[in-house]
Design a protein around this ligand. Sequence first.
Ligand code: AP5
Ligand code: MG
Length: 224
Amino acid sequence: MALNLIMLGPPGAGKGTQAERFATAKGIPRISTGDILREAVQAGTELGKRAKAIMERGELVSDEIMIGIVRERLARDDVRAGFILDGFPRTVPQAKALDGIMAGRDPLIVLNIDVADEELVRRLTTRMICKECGTNAAVEDAAVPGSRCKKCGGAMVQRADDSVAVIIARLKTYQRDTKPLVNFYGARPTYRSVNGAQPPDQVAADLIAAIAAVSKTAPSGAHA
Ligand code: AP5
Ligand code: MG
């Protein structure tokens, strides 16, 4: 069965951190819509020009654009053995469109990472990313001033949307537009929620256990 995973959760929950681990461990692509948009901003493409101001306000890029990006990405051959979506879907219309894209494929496994707001704000205000390649600093390195990226040696900077004002806006957007997905997916046998307020290794272990549990319930070839 293909490992078709969605990482759900608020800003700072650890979606990217955990998705990256899985992608490496399982050899399947991580599809981060936030990374796709940040790369477009950095490259100055039409998409990037439209997305920049929206992201810096903590709002969402339109469903139409995001669904188009993901539809195209999931049509490629490298997702046959599975994929990890990080940051998509983010609205009920995106989730409905994804169900359409997944028709006839193995079921979506939906993993929600749950973390309280105060901890999210703490993580995001202290997060450092690489200016060159966008990689997050490791949890233990996040607060070390002057550190360099372990992947490419680039300078570590604050992410453009990690100011307190924009973090608050992102959390509000999450509550309004994305949290309803917990209800949208919650009744499916392939949905699980884990406690994200634990060390990353423990969160990863809980996610692996959740995937093992839902894989037993999931019929192959049709989405739940
Ligand atoms: P996106 O890039 O998806 O940002 P986000 O959802 O706000 O989430 P983050 O990337 O900030 O957090 P994360 O959950 O990945 O946590 P991470 O692992 O980095 O989206 C950015 C913007 O793009 C959106 O606001 C929107 O404008 C637009 N966009 C993207 N997708 C869209 C869509 N589908 N539709 C419309 N618009 C879209 O961890 C955070 C920090 O915590 C790091 O420093 C990390 O080291 C640390 N950390 C991780 N795990 C732990 C742990 N267990 N304990 C302690 N620290 C931890
Ligand atoms: Mg992320």
